[in-house]
Design a protein around this ligand. Structure first.
Ligand SMILES: Cc1cc2nc3c(=O)[nH]c(=O)nc-3n(C[C@H](O)[C@H](O)[C@H](O)COP(=O)(O)OP(=O)(O)OC[C@H]3O[C@@H](n4cnc5c(N)ncnc54)[C@H](O)[C@@H]3O)c2cc1C
Length: 463
């Protein structure tokens, strides 16, 4: 961490908002006008809309993350966690990856810590569940699912086999529907290479407490998405929830019970709980309360945006929707970050602030290779697409939206190669414990067992 005479703009979080806001500030400010410091526990930004495809092996996991130090050149990037903010002294406490926590003074602050999986105290969930918020989870899920096929293919125990081949997904929004669609596609593909596993032997279950899936694309396309997934043999249970999953024994409120080694939790997000320690004004659901200028309410030197902020949705309010708030999605995060970056620079120079207003442009979702839904909003017109055309829209949109040309090219190269080469279906589960084999080889050999006659000899000598 550098000490600096210049004012410091501290950006807490290097995700969507943090990355784009830092880049915007660096672009708009004069040479040496301020020091921009980005703090994040990860050294990379994750393009979350690509996580389902990373979990299915359609995109290399490394290509869905963007190294912060390379893309926010000119900023100081610290790998660590901001654990508290002292507004009176204008210092943040940073817990680095290793070593003691330290204080970091700032003049201007950007809160961009995103959201975490929203969970409930369901027995067994913490031990058995896996989320879909980070690239580590996407890699873990892919290895785990393929490992289940390996297990099922090689066991003679019918119960073990059935449990391995049952996959439960809780939450049918964007993340859940896309992930089950992609993973089912991968498992179907992989099954071709197993002698004792067929797609019909696998059971995919999607559960949602609401009465529909994919609410982001509207009721008609949501219904189509549900019918489409069902036509692929995925069981969908709506208006119900998971009561427990102790040791993989899943019990749903509607009475269904299944045993499964795979419980994927995609039932929504909540604002980063660390915000509660920052002393900032919070809304009823724990978001930082922000003004349309993205300034945190009651301050003129702190800004917040993205999944951790409640920002009034001026476009919807103008259209007559009372108390509308911007939904937590990448579409808003990206645009808010740019306005936020401009406002930080204006704030530093004492210029007026701009208000953030953006009307929904629609949504696209991929449900596996060549399958998807898309709703494009053009003024008052809504264009609804499904199937292959929607899937092309999905790929086209996200292929352009992933940050940096480096990543755009790599992702398109992954997709192009996949058209000619078969999908990789190898499970690298051992990647999670890479030292295990070496440890076994290197650990001290156990003392040789002493023979019975030697023991008698030793006893005789001793007496
Ligand atoms: C599987 C999935 C699919 C999605 N698909 C779509 C889609 O198709 N379309 C769409 O519009 N949106 C989609 N989204 C939502 C979109 O990705 C988010 O809305 C967007 O990433 C929010 O940006 P953010 O900057 O607020 O948060 P994030 O991008 O999550 O960034 C938050 C950052 O804060 C860091 N952080 C956390 N705690 C601390 C701390 N204490 N100190 C410092 N840093 C911290 C985190 O490490 C992270 O890097 C999807 C999300 C998921 C999970």
């Amino acid at each position: 961490m550098s000490t600096t005479e210049r004012p410091r703009i501290l950006v807490v979080g290097g995700g969507y908002v943090g990355l784009y806001a830092a880049r915007r500030i660096l672009k708009k400010m004069r040479y040496a006008e301020a020091t921009v410091t980005v703090v994040d526990p990860r050294s990379y930004m994750t393009y979350q809309p690509f996580l389902p495809e990373a979990a299915a092996g359609s995109i290399s996991p490394r290509h869905v993350v963007v190294p912060l130090r390379r893309v926010v050149r000119g900023a100081e990037v610290l790998t660590g966690r901001v654990t508290s903010i002292d507004q009176d002294r204008k210092v943040a406490t940073v817990a680095p990856l290793v070593g003691e926590a330290y204080e970091l003074p700032f003049d201007y602050l950007v809160i961009a810590m995103g959201a975490v999986s929203r969970t409930f105290p369901i027995p067994g969930l913490a031990e058995q569940g896996i989320g879909m918020k980070g690239v580590e989870e996407a890699i873990g899920l892919r290895n785990h699912v393929l490992e289940q096929l390996d297990k099922a293919d090689s066991t003679t125990d019918e119960d073990v086999r059935r449990k391995a081949l049952t996959f439960v997904f809780v939450g049918g929004g964007f993340a859940g529907a896309e992930t089950i669609g992609e993973v089912e596609d991968m498992a179907r593909d992989a099954a071709k290479y197993y002698t004792n596993v067929k797609r019909e032997d696998m059971r995919f279950v999607l559960v949602d407490a609401a009465d529909k899936i994919l609410p982001e694309v509207g009721p008609e396309l949501g219904r189509w998405g549900k019918e489409h997934l069902e036509s692929r043999g995925i069981e969908i249970y709506l208006s119900t929830s998971m009561d427990s999953c102790v040791d993989g024994h899943v019990v749903l409120k509607n009475g269904l019970e299944v045993d499964s080694n795979t419980i994927v939790w995609t039932a929504g997000v909540k604002p980063n709980p660390a915000l509660s320690r920052f002393g900032l004004p919070l809304g009823p659901r724990g978001h930082v309360d922000a003004q349309p200028t993205l300034q945190v309410t009651g301050t003129d030197y702190i800004w917040a945006a993205g999944d951790n902020a409640q920002v009034p949705d001026l476009a919807s309010r103008k259209a007559g929707v009372e108390n509308a708030w911007c939904p937590p999605n990448a579409q808003h995060a990206l645009r808010q970050a740019k306005v936020l970056g401009d406002n930080v620079v204006s704030g530093m120079r004492g210029f007026p602030q701009k208000e953030y207003s953006h009307s929904n442009k629609g949504a696209v979702a991929g449900l596996g290779l060549h399958k998807g839904v898309a709703m494009i909003v053009m003024g008052k017109m809504k264009i609804k697409l499904k199937g292959r055309l929607a899937w092309y829209m999905h790929r086209g949109y996200h292929g352009l939206a992933v940050p940096t040309w480096n990543r755009k090219i790599r992702v398109v190269a992954d997709w192009t190669l996949a058209m000619f080469l078969k999908r990789e279906v190898v499970s690298l589960g051992a990647m999670e414990t890479p030292r295990e084999e070496f440890y076994e080889a290197a650990k001290p050999a156990p003392a040789p067992a002493v023979k019975t006659e030697d023991k008698a000899e030793q006893k005789a000598k001793a007496s």
